[in-house]
Design a protein around this ligand. Structure first.
Ligand SMILES: C=C1C[C@]23C[C@H]1CC[C@H]2[C@]1(C)CCC[C@@](C)(C(=O)O)[C@H]1[C@@H]3C(=O)O
Ligand SMILES: O=C(O)CCC(=O)C(=O)O
Ligand SMILES: [Fe+2]
Length: 355
């Protein structure tokens, strides 16, 4: 079966094509629900000291343990989130020739990807994605323009919505890294300043229903190579987090945003905060959508844990690197999984000694 076929066409055949079938060791059953805090951000966002300390304490425990928590009263308008889901639903329902007209090319991170079939030949994920870049720019609405100029004039309104959505995610992301700094005992603005001029990644995921969901995965087990991920999921469910040596379900909530630590933040915390190992499963009856905003630093900034953290820990756990190095590693050399960070560090050190 040609893996460039539409997921919906593939799903019409009785057996899942082999390139969508994941080896048994990846298809381990889920065992129970994840115990992770749902952190109310209201007090922190209003500047209340006591509420801030309490939120920081909850986040610290979650990040030391598995790197995952949810936030409510996060300040992003629920109507905007609903509208973003509705606009992306319209995009994913377009005829395939229209989606393929904005297909991601090997040289770029941006555009439509169906099952990543143009990148990989096995363990294909049962999903389609639309990815685009976001950075703050006072002269231009980068997301509005991406939709309008790349997808088409008829997607201008979708672009306006996603521009506002990404503006909201970036603002929230900067507040979250303030809270992470407080929780680590680091100068409150340390990470905020590091991330403020970065170019982040917005990725919309659509997981179609699947005839044989137990043989495949929507997204295989991985840690996000990025810094922190802020994700909104619909009510279908399917996100699993690895904690206490078991896969655990996450109960979706429309009023919450899911937050997880990624590899870059693990390095920036000198390894104290766990990069969250997670995956997404699919099901037989319902398609599922999620909107992931990956906060990233500017590509050429040197990334290293603050002296105050390293000093207290006694040893610097990771060599300095740039986001550009890690991004290049995941796009050209290594398919992000649960061991991206140690493999990246080995690659970085060996490429430095050979060049
Ligand atoms: C820098 C990135 C690589 C991926 C997209 C962003 C952040 C998350 C990464 C990813 C989602 C982790 C799982 C595997 C992956 C290949 C995917 O299924 O999409 C990863 C992304 C990618 O390399 O495109
Ligand atoms: O869809 C989800 O719930 C998870 C998606 C994800 O992990 C990713 O895009 O990196
Ligand atoms: Fe992820």
């Amino acid at each position: 079966m040609d893996s460039s076929l539409l997921l919906s066409e593939v799903d019409a055949v009785p057996h899942l094509p082999t390139n969508f079938i994941w080896p048994n060791e990846y298809l381990v059953d889920v065992q129970g629900e994840l115990q992770a805090p749902v952190v109310d951000l209201d007090g922190f966002l209003r500047g209340d000291q006591e509420a801030t300390q309490y939120a920081a304490k909850l986040i610290r425990e979650a990040c030391l343990n598995h790197g995952f928590f949810q936030v409510i009263n996060h300040g992003v308008d629920s109507r905007l989130i609903r509208e973003a889901h509705s606009q992306i639903d319209t995009f994913f329902k377009l005829p395939i020739h229209r989606k393929l007209s904005v297909q991601k090319t090997p040289a770029s991170m941006w555009g439509y990807s169906g099952a990543h079939a143009h990148r990989f030949s096995s363990k294909l994920p049962w999903k389609e994605t639309l990815s685009f870049p976001y950075h703050e720019n006072t002269l231009e609405h980068v997301v509005t323009n991406y939709f309008k100029s790349t997808i088409g004039e008829d997607f201008e309104q979708a672009g306006v919505i996603f521009q506002k959505y990404c503006d909201g995610m970036k603002q929230l992301g900067l507040k979250l890294v303030e809270l992470l700094a407080i929780s680590l005992g680091v100068d409150r603005l340390h990470y905020r300043e590091l991330f403020s001029d970065g170019c982040s990644i917005m990725r919309c995921n659509n997981y179609p229903s699947c005839q044989q969901p137990s043989l495949t995965l929507g997204t295989g087990p991985h840690c996000d190579p990025t810094s922190i991920t802020i994700l909104h999921q619909d009510l279908v469910g399917g996100l699993h987090v690895f904690a206490d040596k078991k896969w655990k379900t996450v109960q979706p909530r429309l009023d919450a945003l899911v937050v997880n630590i990624g590899d870059t933040f693990t390095a920036l915390s000198n390894g104290r905060y766990k990069s969250c190992l997670h995956r997404a499963v699919v099901n037989k009856y319902k398609e599922r959508k999620s909107l992931a905003f990956f906060l990233c630093p500017k590509e050429d900034k040197v990334l290293r844990a603050p002296d105050s953290v390293v000093g207290m820990d006694g040893t610097k756990q990771y060599p300095d690197f740039t986001w550009s190095d890690l991004l290049q590693f995941t796009q050209n050399h290594y398919r992000a999984d649960q061991a991206t960070l140690p493999n990246f560090i080995n690659w970085l050190l060996s490429s430095k000694t050979t060049n």
